[in-house]
Design a protein around this ligand. Structure first.
Ligand SMILES: CC(C)(COP(=O)(O)OP(=O)(O)OC[C@H]1O[C@@H](n2cnc3c(N)ncnc32)[C@H](O)[C@@H]1OP(=O)(O)O)[C@@H](O)C(=O)NCCC(=O)NCCS
Length: 132
């Protein structure tokens, strides 16, 4: 399903269903060290492993198109995950996409930007997660 969110006279964001061939764009964002550091499992993700995983799970994903360019992804498997390619961050894309979503997400305490983004998009903090 295609969903267009227009937010500027010349910029356009669309969410489109991912297909199997999108494994690479998702892997490039999710596997960058900076993004891995924001997830509980910080280990590098081998491309082959990701490819097999994505083949089974791609229906949980949508691709974020920014002026027709693949700029990021959303995954919803009961918990929302979002990743935007570095050069497209801090342009307001994240908050605008997240505003269209409903559901739950878990955010690490070292990810203040993501927290700010979800709060800006209308999400509310419901609790904390502790682990030893
Ligand atoms: C988190 C992420 C999706 C945000 O998307 P983005 O397009 O860069 O964010 P936006 O430009 O929409 O910023 C929205 C809001 O976030 C908040 N924000 C931005 N940078 C921030 C920072 N350093 N500290 C606190 N809040 C910050 C602000 O409220 C900002 O709104 P403002 O620009 O009006 O001040 C994106 O940075 C990303 O892909 N990060 C790596 C992957 C990741 O951490 N994903 C989240 C795990 S689910």
């Amino acid at each position: 399903m295609k969903q267009a969110i227009k937010f500027n006279w010349d910029d356009e964001i669309e969410l489109v269903d991912a297909n199997y061939n999108d494994y690479k764009v998702v892997w490039e964002i999710r596997n960058s060290k900076e993004v891995r550091d924001k997830f509980p499992n910080k280990k590098p993700i081998p491309l082959n492993e990701h490819k097999l995983f994505f083949k089974k799970k791609y229906k949980q994903y949508k691709i974020i198109l920014y002026n027709k360019i693949k700029a990021g992804y959303i995954r919803d498997n009961g918990l929302i995950e979002i990743g935007i390619e570095k050069k497209y961050r801090s342009k307001g894309i994240g908050a605008k996409v997240i505003k269209t979503l409903k559901g739950k997400t878990i955010i690490m305490l070292n990810n203040q930007k993501s927290l700010g983004c979800f709060l800006k998009a209308g999400f509310e903090i419901r609790g904390f997660y502790l682990e030893k």
